[in-house]
Write a protein that binds this ligand. Structure first.
Ligand SMILES: [Zn+2]
Length: 305
């Protein structure tokens, strides 16, 4: 009798049926605390884990829904890249654009819209990571620049929610030029004394960090978001030093003076509204509106009396 011999069991393929019993997409496992979260609960909680406050990545459309009071007007919806370099890497850039359109329903990696945030009229640009990594090409740069110009014309504040891997390499130097273009537009906004609030979400890297994402009058980030220019591996190889823990995360950047605030997604809307009121935009924006309402209200009052 063999005391220590293992009785052999034939190898069994893992049961696939078990996994498929739960309909796909109904539950999500939190990557931080491993809690299973009901998808609808996650949606009502703005994509934040109810147990450990892990911030899931949300789409640009969800971002708009989260920040605006109600309806919004979208601009330059149909602006598309012309693939100026006829670029091909592992697959043609045109095929990547097409896949992005199919996946997100957007024509490029940003949504620009105007609407009210807690009653304050604002111009908002939200980047979509699912569209070629939220990369900034000619279209993203142009849409954001037009948004800023529109804000100057309408005397409205600008909010940009960044979620991007940086400049779009398939458009080469043309994508890099967007950094200067958007920054110049923001300088004009600044000269007009209109506020710009930058919201940095996970991830905000490369040319987006190196331009508009860090130029806010107020730079707000979501907790534990990856924010940086080059990736940690590249930096380690260049400086030949081990990087500290939490390097390039929001909290680390806040500690080192690169950000103004790190706040929970559920409080971002309230914080933006408070900041805009503090900056005095509410008065600046509301003034012409107030005049309009009083002139409109006067005939009503005279009718009553
Ligand atoms: Zn969690």
């Amino acid at each position: 009798m063999a005391w220590f011999k293992k009785t052999r069991k034939p190898m069994v393929a893992p049961a696939k049926e078990k996994a498929s019993r739960v309909p796909e997409g109904l539950w999500v496992k939190c990557p931080d605390c491993s809690q299973a979260i009901y998808n609808k609960d996650l949606a009502t909680n703005l994509g934040v884990c109810p147990k450990c406050a892990h911030h899931f990545r949300i789409s640009a459309a969800e971002r708009l829904r989260m920040l605006f009071d109600g309806e919004w007007i979208e601009y330059d919806k149909d602006l598309t890249s012309t693939d100026p370099l006829l670029f091909t890497d592992t697959k043609p850039y045109r095929a990547r654009l097409k896949a992005g359109v199919e996946e997100t329903g957007l024509k490029d990696a940003v949504i620009v819209a105007s609407g009210a945030i807690d009653g304050i009229d604002t111009i908002l640009a939200a980047m979509e990571y699912a569209f070629i990594g939220g990369s900034m090409g000619v279209v993203v740069g142009e849409k954001i620049t037009r948004a800023i110009e529109m804000a100057i014309d309408g005397r409205k504040p600008v909010i940009i929610v960044s979620c991007s891997g940086g400049a779009r390499m398939m458009e080469g130097a043309l994508s890099l030029m967007q950094m200067a273009k958007v920054s110049a537009a923001l300088a004009r906004l600044d000269r007009e004394r209109l506020p710009f609030i930058s919201v940095l979400t996970d991830p905000t890297t490369g040319g987006v960090t190196a331009s508009f994402a860090m130029l806010g009058d107020l730079n707000i980030a979501e907790p534990k978001a990856l924010i940086g220019f080059a990736g940690p591996r590249v930096i380690e190889q260049t400086i030949r030093q081990k990087l500290p823990d939490g390097f390039q995360r929001s909290e680390f950047l806040l500690e080192h003076g690169m950000l103004d605030l790190v706040i929970d997604r559920r409080e971002i809307k309230g914080t933006i509204a408070r900041a805009l009121r503090f900056m005095g935009t509410d008065a600046a924006v509301a003034a012409p509106v107030a005049v309009a309402t009083t002139t409109a209200a006067t005939p009503v009052l005279t009718q009553d009396t």
